[in-house]
Design a protein around this ligand. Structure first.
Ligand SMILES: C[S@@+](CC[C@H](N)C(=O)[O-])C[C@H]1O[C@@H](n2cnc3c(N)ncnc32)[C@H](O)[C@@H]1O
Length: 260
């Protein structure tokens, strides 16, 4: 299925419940010593008066995890298309304005922002070329886009187990903006694009967080019909291997209109 299907996006992100379940799995069982959101923030190289706009901010996890590092002198706007999602963003309590907006029609003048953040959200946007053009338009000539996303092999073993438990091939979600394809899409608008990979995996030692993860996704309804078999296979795998090891492919594309 396509992650940018408008009906799916509307249902999936009407509130933060689904996103929270997925973030919780990654937060508890990731093998990397460093937190992903801290790693994303490590890449920000911005002056004290920077104007920063985040698109598709979700529950605001990036800023909650980096609360101690956000300069109060930044002019920071966290935005999302979903009003329900923004009510959870409000709970992170960081020095930022919240705004509802669609990345395909950004209501700001040309060359307004020093930095734009679009983490794990561009693959939700149906008209991606339009959103990228909009980002480019509102970025200042020396501004930067920070766009985290997944690679196509992300969660490979999980989808294999799902397919086995449903006894049918469940295809992995289609990303219209992945670590692999995003670089080329950004190069159509930006002079400089660099890919950074975050070395990580999951080692999941409990069944329930993975059941919660599955239920939060587009295949949740199918899993529900085969829940016993899904649980049994998960429990067997964890018992046999100590933890279910799952590939993670995530990282960030950094783009700018200038040369660096
Ligand atoms: C997978 S979540 C990622 C949230 C957050 N950036 C993160 O990394 O945890 C995708 C978010 O993008 C938002 N979104 C989807 N389509 C959008 C659009 N066209 N414009 C702005 N936000 C959008 C959704 O409401 C959701 O909060």
């Amino acid at each position: 299925m396509s992650l940018s299907d408008p009906a799916y996006v509307k249902e999936q992100y009407c509130g933060s419940k689904n996103l929270d379940a997925r973030i919780a799995l990654h937060a508890r069982f990731s093998t990397a010593p460093h937190d992903f959101h801290r790693w994303v923030f490590d890449h920000f190289n911005l002056h004290p008066q920077a104007r920063v706009l985040e698109l598709g901010c979700g529950n605001g996890a990036l800023w909650g995890k980096n609360r101690d590092r956000i300069p109060t002198t930044w002019n920071l706007i966290l935005s999302d298309n979903s009003v329900g999602m923004l009510s959870s963003t409000r709970c992170v309590r960081v020095p930022a304005y919240l705004l509802q907006l669609d990345a395909q029609a950004i209501p700001f003048s040309d060359e307004t922002y020093d930095a734009m953040v679009a983490d794990h959200m561009l693959y939700c946007v149906p008209d991606l070329p339009r959103a990228i053009a909009e980002i480019c338009r509102v970025l200042r000539p020396d501004g930067k886009l920070y766009a985290a996303t997944n690679g196509t092999e992300h969660m490979r073993e999980y989808f294999q187990l799902v397919s086995a438990s449903l006894r049918t091939e469940v295809s992995r979600p289609t990303y219209n903006f992945s670590l692999e394809s995003g670089e080329e899409q950004l190069r159509r608008h930006f002079v400089y694009v660099e890919r950074f990979d975050f070395d990580n995996a999951l080692a999941v030692a409990e069944t329930e967080p993975l059941v919660g993860y599955a239920m939060s996704t587009s295949i949740g309804k199918q899993i529900k019909q085969h829940e016993c078999e899904f649980r049994r296979m998960l429990a067997e795998r964890i018992a046999r291997e100590g933890a279910f090891r799952i590939t993670k492919v995530a990282g960030m594309l950094v783009a700018s209109k200038g040369n660096s």
